[in-house]
Design a protein around this ligand. Sequence first.
Ligand code: 8YV
Length: 312
Amino acid sequence: IQPVVLLIAPVMDVLQTSLDASYRVFRLYEQTDTAGFLRRHGEDVQAVVTRGDVGVSREILEQLPRAGMIAVFGVGTDAIDLSYTRERGIRVGITAGVLTDDVADLAMGLLLAASRRLRQGDQFVRSGQWEKTAPPLATKVSKKRLGILGMGNIGQAIARRAKGFDMTILYHSRQRKDAPGYHWCEDLHSLASQSDFLVIAASGNPENTGIINAAVLEAMPPHAWLINVARGSLTDEPALLRALQEKVIGGAALDVFEHEPHVPEAFFALDNVLLQPHVASATVETRQAMSQSVADNLAAYFSGREIPGLIQ
Ligand code: 8YV
């Protein structure tokens, strides 16, 4: 008899297929009456599968008394109430390690694309403007100061890449890391004030909601760029929008937003912003590895083995 798994949101086809091969899969997102569905089937659910950007609410978990594990397609657990899962003894497994490179690659890509105006340059060629005039100048990257908020696996991978651009690396994180050659800043304000580029690479949590606020943006040099590959929740989005409109900072490159997939339309009118639809881990190779990792975490849980991506 196959264990019962509740899938909260759609995931890629290879994972859907692999889940169907090993489990009886209930798809919550296909239900029109989710409350009724959970009342009828909640007791049968043994594990939950969800995406990092979606998570699972405490209200849903309360209706799954036998659920012992949440397998996350992703590494972010900000959309899961971890104090509640700890209290219930629900294990949480993430796709640890497999997406670090991609997120760091995109951070560098965004940094370069935004400051070197790749979007505008492409448009300049396509629209025939090059035939008439010279393109505007961009901002240099190499040898500049890169501030990194959050020095976990992703922050460190970004720092390694930035080294290749001869950048000076500064960082702020809750704990000072044993990271020779990287300058630790005791607070975010001092990091912001010294960074030509400030990359957000910290995981979202209740303590850091909105920490990139108006005061931090004002502390940044007026030519500085903000790059966010972490979570929209870390920025005060209306304050960021104002800072961009009023040129308090040079610009921003954003892969994540406060209320995805909704992006405030006022961003679209700005030339100093590069926008992406939360794609930092979205390569064929990495999404396949993430699918495999979810399957491995679940299989380990159901066979009583150590869960490879266990965080709690
Ligand atoms: C994914 C993410 O985009 O790892 C995370 O926490 O946000 C991303 O890797 C997401 O989980 C899949 O939709």
